[in-house]
Design a protein around this ligand. Structure first.
Ligand code: NI
Length: 163
């Protein structure tokens, strides 16, 4: 297993939709293992392939006891609303308040290509949405109000400068 380098905003790969995963083979299994390793190493609860520089619709997560691989993810349904903070390994782990639906149904394929549906609420539902957004080339900062986005960007620039 290899810890891969995490790509940060404003890398182009983070800002455009990934290609569908079409081959479910040993290489994909290796990639998924590396993604878990990279996510744990960075202290994250979810990681999309774009975040290690691969334009693929693929993410891994391990959040509130829900550990899974999602290839070609889609959010099928959302209900309710939750408050809470959200951050991203590609944006310096800076957190900002962001409202999201409380409960969501995810449809995706596992590492063998088998279709599945999973329902989740709370933080796991937030993770489904955040990571599916990554696969679509959308960062959480796009959902923030201009004022909040500006605060995150300023903190992020400072973190990068201080490294
Ligand atoms: Ni993220």
């Amino acid at each position: 297993m290899t810890v891969r380098a995490i790509v940060e905003y404003p890398a182009a790969v983070l800002l455009s939709p990934g290609d569908p995963v079409v081959t479910f083979d040993a290489d994909l299994e290796t990639l998924v293992r590396d993604m878990f390793e990279t996510m744990y190493d960075a202290g994250g609860v979810g990681l999309a392939a774009q975040q290690i520089g691969l334009a693929l619709r693929l993410f891994v997560m391990d959040c509130e006891g829900l550990k899974l691989v999602a290839a070609n993810p889609e959010i099928l349904a959302t209900t309710g609303e939750q408050g809470g903070e959200e951050g991203c390994l590609s944006v310096g782990k800076i957190h900002a308040e962001l409202k999201r639906p409380e409960r969501v149904v995810l449809r995706a394929q596992d590492v063998k290509g088998r279709l599945f549906e999973r329902e989740a609420s709370g933080l796991a539902a937030r993770c489904f949405q955040h990571e599916t957004d990554h696969c679509d080339g959308i960062l959480f900062i796009r959902h923030l109000s201009p004022v909040r986005r500006d605060i995150v960007m300023r903190k992020f620039r400072k973190i990068k400068k201080d490294r």
